[in-house]
Design a protein around this ligand. Structure first.
Ligand SMILES: [Zn+2]
Length: 315
């Protein structure tokens, strides 16, 4: 018996519908994936393909930030700075807007200045030094000692090492004598001209300038009391016999100190060319004791102590 084979349409339609559903679903998932992808969202935020590639190399939280905020042309160059600190991001942006306008931005400098607080005027936005840091404490024009601070482990330096007489903390004295002897072996003589200065002594120096020459002059040439490193008992002004502030830089003693002081725990505190970071004129003679381990790290980093502290120690 012959009968026309009936094609049943029901299952075919069902199969077609299932295939369509699968296609739409796959496309939908892909589209969804695309529109929620980091690439897409960064593009929506305004970043170019090239910029997106760079941003995707950053940590996730920074990628998220870029996606959630409007386009910022300083974002990538800032993020690439070695000493970039996320907590300072908004301050970097504000400083760039305030200072540079449309001019070419020196991002390395922006990061340095903001990290140490030098985007603010000296003696504004000040905070108290973290005294728990011991020999590593930071004291500068933005970070003050506790009011009328004085260490309690002084020793008197012998005239062999210091002239005129000076008091210094014992550990610093021991370190200085070790350094003195090492220099002596090279026929070099180091003389401490100034070391510990009390709150009262520093106040007298500052007030004298302030009264006679005005505040601007005083701030340029003296630290305010409680803001002076000399008040920590960890700093020394070192000269060679017969040298002074204007010529110490050209002595063999200075050359030797530049290469060796860190081995004894001392760092040059106010280097040349870093005046806007430290807030002080270049002082070839001012050394700060931080201990041997830390001094070596600071020396190797090539940073000022303000920068080093802000990046590595201010936790
Ligand atoms: Zn000094």
């Amino acid at each position: 018996m012959y009968y026309k084979r009936k094609v049943k349409k029901g299952p075919i339609i069902a199969i077609i519908v299932i295939i369509l559903v699968i296609i739409v679903t796959v496309c939908g998932i892909n589209l969804y994936k695309y529109y929620t992808s980091d690439e897409y969202r960064l593009g929506e935020a305004g970043y170019s393909e090239k910029e997106i590639k760079e941003i995707l190399k950053f940590d996730e939280k920074y990628i998220t930030y870029a996606m959630e905020h409007k386009y910022e042309d300083d974002f990538i160059p800032l993020m690439k700075q070695k000493y970039f600190l996320w907590k300072n991001y908004d301050a970097y942006i504000k400083y760039i807007d305030d200072v540079y306008g449309d001019q070419k931005v020196d991002y390395e400098k922006v990061v340095s200045l903001v990290n140490v607080g030098a985007n603010n005027e000296p003696y504004t936005h000040t905070k108290k030094a973290d005294m728990s840091k011991g020999n590593a404490i930071l004291v500068n024009k933005y970070t003050s000692l506790p009011e009328k601070y004085a260490p309690d482990d002084f020793v008197e330096m012998s005239n062999w090492y210091a002239y005129p007489n000076n008091r210094i903390r014992k550990e610093v004295y021991d370190a200085f004598r070790e350094m003195f002897n090492a220099a002596k072996e090279e026929n070099l003589t180091l003389i401490v001209n100034s070391s510990y200065r009390s709150y009262e002594e520093q106040k007298e120096i500052y007030d004298d300038y302030d009264n006679n020459r005005g505040r601007e002059y005083a701030d340029k040439y003296a630290a305010r009391p409680d803001f002076s490193e000399h008040q920590t008992g960890l700093s020394i002004d070192v000269f060679a016999p017969g040298s002074n502030m204007s010529n110490f830089e050209s002595t063999d003693e200075f050359k030797w100190l530049s290469e060796n002081s860190y081995k004894y725990g001392f760092i040059l505190r106010y280097p040349k060319g870093k005046e806007d970071i430290t807030g002080y004129n270049y002082e070839a003679w001012h050394y700060r004791y931080v201990g041997k381990d830390l001094a070596e790290k600071v020396f190797e980093s090539g940073l000022t102590y303000d920068e080093y502290y802000a990046y590595y120690l201010d936790k």
